[in-house]
Design a protein around this ligand. Structure first.
Ligand code: DC
Length: 231
């Protein structure tokens, strides 16, 4: 349902490697909507906290960092990951490492950090619309999204996708270790008390294990058109 006066939101949630980032960026581009990669916000908090020696046992300090970060995304036209500027510094490469994913998953379990990032995420909602990607876009951050999609895929397929992405970027990675990390991160994200990784009750669940990116993009775009026609 679109709330009067607010830009429409397409929420795309799911675990890492489900394809949500690529699908979200392509759709944002096609629709001419803004794009929010909420995982990058959590990754930025994790990476900067480590760099600045902020303790991971100090939730108020981490929340303060989350509130004070000035972060901007510059979308890429080819669907590849957006450039991310933190206080003007390009931190895109720092955010795409497996370590940053792990740090993100740790800070993301803290209610103080999630609360601090809520307002920042809401500020991305600007006309003509927003494609928001993450874990809790539909369930918590944008409960009035016009369409909520939850993408899934088996851990093995997601590990293979991540492996290919990282190898293509020139990173040295090990597939079995990547699979272990994905399982570990899924368990932490699904098991936390606040905003655990699970589909919103009214989300459309789409298993992407057997679909390529363009198949997922078309399916989600069809669902959005249907929803907009009926809304
Ligand atoms: O989507 P990603 O791999 O960039 O996310 C990194 C971590 O951040 C992931 O382990 C869980 C967390 N996250 C979250 O808790 N809520 C979100 N909306 C997005 C990411």
């Amino acid at each position: 349902m679109i709330t009067t006066g607010k830009a429409p939101v397409l929420a795309i949630d799911g675990p890492g490697g489900s394809g949500k980032g690529t699908v979200g960026q392509i759709l944002a581009q096609r629709l001419g909507w803004h794009f929010l990669d909420s995982g990058a916000l959590y990754r930025a908090v994790g990476v900067v906290a480590k760099r600045e020696n902020i303790s991971f046992d100090d939730p108020p300090a981490l929340a303060h960092l989350a509130t004070s970060m000035r972060i901007r995304f510059i979308p890429q036209t080819d669907g590849s990951a957006a450039t991310v500027l933190l206080n003007g510094e390009d931190i895109g490469d720092l955010l795409r490492t497996e370590e940053s994913g792990k740090l993100a998953s740790i800070v993301a379990a803290l209610p103080e950090v999630r609360r601090a990032l809520l307002q920042k995420q809401h500020s991305f909602r600007q006309p003509p619309g927003l494609v928001a990607d993450g874990r809790d876009m539909g369930s918590t951050v944008f409960p009035d999204a016009v369409l909520k999609v939850f993408l899934t895929a088996t851990p093995e397929i997601r590990a293979q996708r991540r492996y290919k992405q990282l190898i293509d970027k020139g990173f040295d990675v090990n597939l079995p270790r990547l699979l272990d990390e994905i399982r570990e991160r899924d368990a932490r994200d699904a098991g936390r008390a606040v905003s655990p990784l699970k589909p919103a009750e009214d989300a459309c669940i789409l298993d992407t294990s057997q679909l390529d990116i363009s198949g997922v993009v078309e399916r989600v775009h069809d669902l959005l058109r249907e929803r907009q026609r009926s809304g």
